[in-house]
Design a protein. Structure first.
Length: 241
């Protein structure tokens, strides 16, 4: 039997990269899937590529919009079994180049919006349910220019533990996957020199593939991980060693 047969799942930022691949894998494993995205064009493309997916237009950075997302999930599915918090941005620059607007944009997109989406979805979650947070290797390493990005991801990884303690009595498990550099549009747009410099920091000697993260999310979303609570799974090719 497919590992997610009959489960109802929401993937934020599901129109490209890890989110899109995870949506594909969830569908293959028998789940009913909804994705969010900010671009109508990207949502339309994902709808065509992923047969049967439900699309929800939403800005992950806008905390006030998250109640609308929860209501659309309630209307489409009734309840929610799986949430993959994946939407986010990776704005990398030296500390001297940051201003308050850019700082707020990163924290609104990567922390505040997801936090209030979780809050809005609380009445919608089934029992049992699984939340998977997309963290990052960056809070574990001292990569220059990643100060703000790493701080946002550290906050989300922390939520995997604190919310586990708060929500496990309701049957909601919270875990995190923290990836190293993955060959998504973000890294595909870098120069060959930039990609080569990153690869030198990865003992495995290559970028990861979106499917390698998606497969881990499938596990954490499935009943196979019923005893996995508050964990962070580092999938980084050894970058954090």
């Amino acid at each position: 039997m497919p590992r997610l047969q009959g489960k109802r799942a929401l993937i934020t930022g599901g129109t490209s990269g890890i989110g899109l691949e995870t949506a594909r894998r969830f569908l293959e494993e028998g789940a009913r899937v909804a994705i969010t995205g900010h671009s109508k064009t990207a949502l339309d493309a994902a709808r065509k590529e992923l047969n049967g997916v439900t699309v929800i237009e939403a800005d992950a950075a806008n905390a006030a919009e998250q109640g609308k997302v929860a209501e659309e999930i309630r209307t489409a599915f009734g309840q929610l079994d799986v949430l993959f918090i994946n939407a986010g941005i990776a704005d990398l620059k030296p500390i001297g180049q940051w201003d308050t607007a850019a700082f707020d944009r990163s924290f609104n997109t990567n922390v505040k919006g997801p936090y209030f989406l979780l809050q809005a979805l609380l009445p919608v979650f089934a029992n049992p349910a699984s939340i998977v947070i997309n963290g990052s290797v960056n809070p574990h390493i001292g990569m220059p220019t990643s100060s703000v990005y790493a701080a946002t991801k550290a906050a989300m990884i922390s939520l995997a533990k604190t919310l586990s303690g708060e929500l496990i009595s309701r049957g909601i498990r919270v875990n995190a996957v923290s990836a190293g550099p993955i060959m998504t549009p973000l890294h595909a747009g870098r120069s060959e020199e930039e990609r080569a410099a990153l690869i030198k920091q990865i003992p495995a000697g290559r970028f990861g593939r979106p499917s390698e993260i998606a497969n881990a999310v499938v596990f954490l979303a499935s009943d196979e991980a019923a005893f996995t609570v508050g964990a962070e799974l580092l999938i980084d090719g050894g970058m954090s060693l």
